[in-house]
Design a protein around this ligand. Structure first.
Ligand code: FRU
Length: 493
């Protein structure tokens, strides 16, 4: 693959060539190596002919492309989304002589049916053998897909969540050996249904600051919906609740989303990060409404993943328990600090990053000393632009209302009716004195985080020239408050 094109993200994973969608099979092995698989069409820049591509990383930023891991058995077959687990105790019987055997659990798609199939790997996830007695689950339907499996210690069972897309249903199955599966319960018609439920994930997350509950963890059930998201096309929603090994019980009936823009879909959590600690996911940074027509095909590929994000739960004023999302291990991508000002006050910081090879930045902008909520005022804005074409992406936040916005509508030679320009949501001041925006801009993708991950926007954009100028502007804050901004160049990974 040629990773040098002007739209090619430098710190976000993208496939060597061809089309990529959902992350699949994510796990971290005993040596700490992260494995990412993905829905992959190696032969065209659009969805179809689904394989599992594969890449590995030690730091979640520098990825090494590996050989394709799973191939369809013929032109009518697709290896659809799924997950991987390490079967260290040989529950499956495939691995009598090793502790690093892994099993992939995926959907085999044919025109007539969708079944859950498995494949095993003796070499820690590089090459796979399809199980001779597939499928392991067949419900006699062609709408049954995206198994995500994890080990549940309390019952010593494997647990699978899997979608019945057109029934708006998540099925929960359990197994002792990854081969024989028992249906246990169904979770259906919650939240925004759209026209399909896809790619469920179920994971426990630590509650890090709760005043509402003595619980130290809650389970998050993520369900991706497509089409029919509130902003069009596809998006991911989540539910918080409890899980007893067979049933998921939601805390409340609220609908919550993982993102306030529209390029966050089919996120998956890495397996084998110890439960009880923060968990890490990556999601597909695109939208089924336009993914097959975005202009990166002139550089021979389509789609990128979000950066890997850490997740935990925080109790937010009025909002209650919420999923937090923040780039994991971001400092591993730092090249050098490009600019910083720790006493900006009401002022502007200009950064020319035209000399930075990656043209990829991470920034943090902090307002501190805000005092009580009666005196909140001011704005914090950013713009990334091209000095030659004037194209830009921008965003910002109003401190008193808590509103935060992103605008990608001035960045494109490409036009598409579904390519929504502007996104916004609201945060809420928690009285701690600080208000904060940070994020990553990486050639054709922007990620924005409010207050360390309370709200997230993941947004692709397509300028005709790489951007080279950043402006951060703070206005109207009280004299008692202060502002700081720091900007790091990122390594082309
Ligand atoms: C979600 C999805 C999955 C399916 C895969 C096929 O984006 O539609 O439901 O397994 O993509 O590529």
């Amino acid at each position: 693959g040629n990773y040098g094109g002007p739209l090619r993200p430098q710190v976000h994973f993208s496939p060597p060539q061809g089309f990529m969608n959902d992350p699949n099979g994510m796990f971290v092995d005993a040596d700490g190596l992260y494995h990412l698989y993905y829905q992959y069409n190696p032969t065209a820049n659009r969805a179809g002919n689904q394989h599992w591509g594969h890449a590995t990383s030690e730091d979640l930023f520098t990825w090494t492309n590996q050989q394709i891991a799973l191939f369809p058995g013929g032109p009518e077959e697709g290896i659809f989304s799924g997950s991987i687990v390490i079967d260290g105790n040989n529950t499956s019987g495939f691995f009598p002589n090793q502790t690093n055997g892994v099993v992939a659990i995926y959907t085999l798609n044919t025109p007539e049916s969708q079944t859950q199939d498995i494949a095993y790997s003796f070499d820690g996830g590089y090459t796979f053998t399809k199980y001779e007695n597939n499928p392991v689950i067949d419900r006699n339907t062609n709408q049954f897909r995206d198994p995500k499996v994890f080990w549940y210690e309390e019952t010593s069972r494997w647990v699978m969540v899997v979608a019945y897309p057109v029934d708006f249903e998540v099925g929960i199955f359990t197994s002792e050996n990854l081969i024989d599966w028992q249906p246990e319960s169904n979770f259906s018609h919650y939240g925004v249904t759209g026209l399909l439920y896809e790619c469920p994930n179920l994971v426990p997350l630590p509650i890090e600051n709760s005043t509402l509950t003595n619980d130290t963890q809650a389970w998050a059930l993520l369900v991706s919906i497509n089409p029919g998201a509130p902003l069009g096309g596809s998006i991911t929603q989540y539910f918080l609740g409890s899980f007893n090994g067979t049933h998921f019980d939601p805390l409340d009936s609220r609908t919550r989303f993982t993102d306030f823009a529209k390029d966050n879909y089919a996120g998956q959590f890495f397996d084998n990060i110890p439960f009880g600690t923060r968990q890490v996911s990556m999601s597909w940074a695109s939208n089924w409404q336009y993914t097959n027509v975005v202009p990166t095909d002139r550089e021979g590929f389509r789609s990128a993943m979000s950066v890997a994000r850490e997740h935990w739960i925080q109790d937010r004023p009025r909002v209650g328990l919420s999923l937090m999302s923040y780039p994991a291990n971001i400092s591993a991508a730092f090249d050098s600090e490009l600019a910083s000002n720790s006493s900006l006050g009401n002022g502007t910081l200009n950064v020319d990053f035209g000399q930075l090879e990656s043209r990829a930045l991470y920034w943090e902008a902090n307002i501190t000393g805000l005092g009580d909520s009666t005196s909140l005022q001011g704005t914090l804005n950013f713009t990334f632009s091209s000095s030659s074409t004037g194209e830009y992406v921008s965003g910002g936040t109003f401190i008193s209302s808590g509103d935060v916005w992103v605008d990608r509508g001035h960045s494109s030679a490409w036009s598409n009716p579904f390519f929504t320009d502007k996104f916004s949501t609201s945060g809420l001041y928690d009285g701690a004195g600080t208000w904060r925006l940070s994020g990553i801009v990486d050639r054709s993708i922007l990620e924005v985080y409010l207050n360390g991950g309370e709200e997230v926007a993941t947004s692709v954009f397509f300028p005709t020239e790489p951007l080279d100028t950043a402006v951060f502007r703070v206005g109207g804050i009280n004299e008692s408050a202060s502002a700081s901004v720091a900007v790091w160049g990122l390594k082309a990974a």
